[in-house]
Design a protein around this ligand. Structure first.
Ligand SMILES: *[C@@H]1O[C@H](CO)[C@@H](O)[C@H](O)[C@H]1NC(C)=O
Ligand SMILES: *[C@@H]1O[C@H](CO)[C@@H](O)[C@H](O)[C@H]1NC(C)=O
Ligand SMILES: *[C@@H]1O[C@H](CO)[C@@H](O)[C@H](O)[C@H]1NC(C)=O
Length: 385
C-alpha cells in the first residue's frame, strides 16, 4: 500500500514538475525570439532613478500608432493615481505626429522607447511584443516591482491598478500567485459561459496551433485574455519567456501553415492560444486566473455588435464601469479592456478625460472604434471574440 502511495506521489510530482517550462526551454524561447524579432539592433535608453514602485508596459509600435490612440491610456493611468513608470514601445513617426506624441508623453510622464526595426505587423502581436516586454521588464523593473503588460489603444484606467482597494493587483499577488491572468465572460455568475470551444476565434487559434487532440483537452475551459497580464518581476520573466517558447514551438510544428487570409497560424492573435494553452496545461507555475471584474481587469469586448457571450457590464451614475452586482458591493474596476468596442463608452471616455483639450477629436476617436488590433496597424477582429 505504502509503495503504491509512494509511487503515485512520485508520479504526481514527476507529472507536475514536467508541466512547468524548463529553464533550458525558457532560454530557447528568449534566444530564438531575439533573432526572429530583430532585437539585436535595438539599444535601450539608460534607466533613470524612479521614485515610485511598479511598472506599466505597453506596445504602440507601427506608423499608424499616433498620439490620439495613446491619450486615453496615458492620461487615465495618471488620473487614476498610478505614479510608477509607464514604458511604451514606439517607432519613429514623421513630423507633426512625432512632435505631438512627444508632448503627450512629456505631459503624462511616459517613457517612450524606440523599437525601430523590431519585427511587427502580424508577428508583433503574437510574438515580438513578448520579447519586447521581456527586455523592457529586465531593463526597467526592480526586483520588488509588480508589472502590468497591457494592450494600449483599447485600455483605460479607473483606479490604480496595483495598489487600489479592493481590486488592485497587490490584493491578489503572493508567493504562490506570481502571475495573474484575466478571464473573459462572466462564467462564475451566468449560465452563458464563454469557453475556448464556444468562442469561435479562440477555438480556431488553439486548433490551428495545437491540433484537435490537444485542443479538445482544454476546450471546456474559460477563455483567458492575453491582452493584459500582471505579475511580479520573476513571474513576468517566466511568463514572457514561456510565451516565446510556445511561439517557437508553434513555428517548429507549423513552419508553413497558413489559414487563408488570416495568415500564418502562429501569427496575429495566436498569442491568446499560447496563453490559454500554457495556463490550462499547468505550465505556468505560481499563476492564477481571476474572474473577469473580480480583480484588476475587466475585459468587455463585443464581437459583431454583440457583447461577449455572458457579458453585460454595468455602470455607476458617474458612468464608470463597475463590477457585477451578483458579486456584492460594486466597485469601479481599475483596468477596462476593449472599451473601444462600445459606442456608449466612447462618449464617456471622451468627456471624462477631456480628450478635446488634448487635441483628439471625437471623429478621430470614433474612427478607431473596433479597430480590434493591439497595434496601430489596423486589422479588424485580430483579437478577441
Ligand atoms: C515620472 O515618473 C517617474 C517614474 O517613471 C517618477 O520616478 C518621477 O517622479 C515622475 N516625475 C514626475 C514629475 O512626476
Ligand atoms: C494567493 O493569492 C491567491 C489569489 O490571487 C489565493 O487564491 C491564494 O489563496 C493566496 N495564497 C496564499 C498562500 O495566500
Ligand atoms: C517556478 O518554479 C521554479 C521551480 O520551482 C521556481 O524556481 C520559480 O521561481 C517559479 N516561478 C515563479 C514565478 O514562482
Amino acid at each position: 500500500m505504502s509503495i503504491v502511495i509512494r509511487i503515485s506521489l512520485l508520479l504526481t510530482r514527476l507529472i507536475f514538475s514536467n508541466c512547468a517550462v524548463s529553464d533550458s526551454n525558457l532560454r530557447v524561447g528568449e534566444s530564438w525570439s531575439k533573432r526572429f524579432c530583430n532585437w539585436n539592433k535595438i539599444t535601450l535608453p539608460e534607466k533613470t532613478e524612479v521614485d515610485f514602485p511598479n511598472l506599466i508596459v505597453g506596445m504602440a509600435t507601427g506608423s499608424s500608432y499616433t498620439f490620439d490612440k495613446l491619450v486615453p491610456f496615458c492620461k487615465s493611468a495618471r488620473l487614476a493615481g498610478f505614479r510608477g513608470a509607464i514604458i511604451i514601445g514606439i517607432t519613429q513617426l514623421q513630423g507633426f505626429h512625432e512632435r505631438k506624441r512627444k508632448k503627450v508623453f512629456d505631459k503624462f510622464n511616459i517613457t517612450g522607447v524606440y523599437l525601430n526595426g523590431l519585427k511587427g505587423d502580424e508577428w508583433g502581436q503574437s510574438t515580438c511584443r513578448y520579447h519586447a516586454y521581456l527586455k523592457l521588464i529586465l531593463h526597467f523593473a526592480s526586483e520588488s516591482d509588480s508589472i502590468l503588460v497591457s494592450d494600449v489603444r483599447d485600455v483605460f484606467f479607473q483606479a490604480e491598478p496595483f495598489l487600489s482597494v479592493p481590486f488592485g493587483a497587490a490584493n491578489f499577488l503572493n508567493t504562490s500567485a506570481q502571475v495573474l491572468l484575466f478571464s473573459e465572460g462572466l462564467n462564475d455568475i451566468t449560465i452563458h459561459k464563454a469557453t475556448l470551444r464556444n468562442t469561435r476565434v479562440n477555438f480556431r487559434w488553439i486548433l490551428n496551433i495545437y491540433g484537435p487532440k490537444k485542443s479538445n483537452l482544454i476546450a471546456s475551459n474559460t477563455v483567458l485574455c492575453s491582452g493584459t497580464t500582471i505579475g511580479s518581476k520573476s513571474g513576468m520573466l517566466y511568463y514572457t519567456r514561456a510565451m516565446l517558447y510556445e511561439a517557437y514551438q508553434c513555428l517548429r510544428r507549423n513552419p508553413k501553415k497558413v489559414d487563408g487570409k488570416r495568415g500564418h497560424v502562429c501569427s496575429g492573435g495566436a498569442d491568446q492560444g499560447f496563453h490559454n494553452y500554457l495556463f490550462w496545461n499547468n505550465m505556468l507555475n505560481a499563476s492564477v486566473a481571476l474572474c473577469n471584474a473580480a480583480g484588476p481587469v475587466y475585459t468587455i469586448g463585443v464581437f459583431r455588435g454583440k457583447p461577449v457571450r455572458s457579458l453585460n457590464f454595468e455602470r455607476n451614475t458617474d458612468g464608470e464601469v463597475i463590477s457585477p452586482s451578483e458579486r456584492g458591493v460594486q466597485h469601479p474596476v481599475p483596468v477596462i479592456h476593449q472599451w473601444d468596442r462600445h459606442a456608449e463608452l466612447l462618449e464617456h471616455v471622451f468627456q471624462k478625460f477631456d480628450l478635446l483639450s488634448e487635441g483628439v477629436s471625437v471623429r478621430t476617436l470614433s474612427s478607431h472604434l473596433l479597430d480590434g488590433s493591439f497595434s496601430g496597424k489596423v486589422r479588424k477582429k485580430s483579437r478577441g471574440l
